[in-house]
Design a protein around this ligand. Structure first.
Ligand code: PMP
Length: 409
């Protein structure tokens, strides 16, 4: 453990060391079974009990009502970009079988690279039309970057959409909705169609379990890959309102696109998430993280903790801005507590190598040029410091101290 560095990576990302130590025991002998967690059957009573406990740890900490199922699957956030479309178009088809594809609308709130990518997948799959409820680039300082949460009066929602998609925290761009309903950067829940079971879909991949979820009960689907705040890649957590556990075969009979069995939410729910082999090891490690989170005070504790960390780093960014050395990318008020993105004016390479020399790693912005091409982004990578739950206050202080030293130089 002594050779470990401070890993500020965007995902997969740091996990609590105490959990990793505990997990090494489970790898050898899970729960006294004499079988390691990577070797045990997903249908064993010991693993089944563990899975039930993990569900409970999420349900109690996020206060998930009984109207919603908590499901576990694989495929990451990207597979959910497809699954939400397939399942919710099937639901809409059963409710309104006679609508043409053009009249079956999916509203996308585009605040960054990931929501843009999700909208593109919806366009690819067809079976409905994508309506861009708002595109935040319209409100950007340079009229082309994702640097803000748009003002409430900019959103146009459809009257009866099959789904309404938003991404709570844009991991690449560092833009996040505020959970404070009175903030201009909050999600405009009050503008959504009223008196209906809302088909609201939240991509919470990079903010899941970092704080409470506003209006959780109004969501049709919330999904999140585990690999930011709660565990290794390979586990995707879903919170699905029960009316969205759609009989996709019945929907196909009235013209909906067939849905692969493993992507149908009803398949997952009917089988308690073990229709096929789930990601046993990531579920185990995530369960250990969630237990630890509960012991520390749950999402309320993490909300205050994460805010404190982000405030410190943003203060250093502002100090650097005043000196003309750093340049924040995101407008005040829309800045992510999870991913702090900024540019170093001048010698970025020196900033990165100086950080690395101090054991501060994985702070380069999103470097995947293929990704940028795929989202058509003009965003330049810069620096991204990710401050997920497992980043400690000491590690945050170390990065802030380094930023200040860099400014002094
Ligand atoms: N949505 C968001 C907000 C993300 O941050 C990511 C991954 N970084 C994804 C979706 C895609 O997730 P995955 O790589 O697990 O498919």
């Amino acid at each position: 453990f002594e050779s470990r560095v401070a890993n500020f990576g965007p995902g997969p990302s740091a996990l609590p060391e105490s959990v990793l130590q505990e997990a090494t025991q489970g790898l050898l002998n899970f729960n006294g079974t004499g079988i390691g967690i990577a070797e045990i059957s997903h249908r064993s009573k010991e693993f089944t009990a563990f899975l039930t406990e993990v569900e409970g740890l999420i349900r109690t900490q996020l206060d998930v009502p009984q109207t919603h199922s908590i499901l576990f699957t694989q495929g990451g956030g990207s597979a959910q970009f497809s699954a939400v479309v397939l399942n919710l178009l099937a639901r809409h088809r059963l409710l309104h079988p006679d609508l043409s594809d053009d009249a079956r609308v999916m509203d996308y709130v585009i605040t960054g690279s990931w929501s843009k990518k999700a909208a593109e997948e919806a366009r690819r799959l067809g079976g409905g039309r994508v309506n861009v409820a708002v595109d935040a680039r319209q409100f950007a300082k340079d009229a082309k970057s994702f640097d803000n949460i748009p003002p409430h009066n900019a959103y146009t929602f459809s009257p009866n959409p099959a789904l309404i998609f938003y991404c709570e925290n844009e991991t690449v761009d560092g833009v996040e909705f505020s959970t404070d309903a009175s903030s201009a950067a909050s999600f405009p829940f009050h503008l959504l169609p009223q008196n209906t079971l809302l088909p609201l879909v939240g991509d919470h991949s990079s903010s899941f379990m970092s704080r409470p979820i506003p209006r959780l009960a109004d969501h049709a689907v919330i999904f999140a890959g585990a690999q930011k705040n709660i565990g290794p890649a390979g586990l995707t957590v879903l919170i699905v309102r029960k009316d969205c556990l759609v009989d996709v075969d019945a929907a196909a009979k009235v013209g909906a696109v067939p849905v692969p069995m493993t992507m149908a939410y009803k398949t997952l729910a009917d089988s308690s998430s073990v229709y096929n082999t789930p990601s046993v090891l990531p579920i185990y490690i995530s369960g250990l993280v969630l237990r630890r989170m509960k012991d520390l005070g749950g999402v309320q504790y993490y909300e205050a903790f994460n805010k404190r960390k982000a405030d410190k780093v943003y203060a250093a960014v502002r100090e650097g801005e005043a000196k003309g050395v750093f340049k924040a990318k995101v407008k005040e008020g829309s800045r992510s507590l999870m991913n702090v993105v900024f540019d170093v004016v001048g010698d970025e390479a020196k900033f990165i190598s100086g950080a690395e020399a101090r054991g501060i790693k994985a702070i380069k912005g999103h470097r995947d040029t293929l990704f940028y091409a795929s989202v058509g982004s003009t965003h330049m990578p810069g620096i991204r410091i990710s401050l997920y739950n497992a980043i400690t206050e000491e590690q945050t202080d170390a990065v802030v101290t380094f930023m200040k030293e860099f400014l002094a130089q």
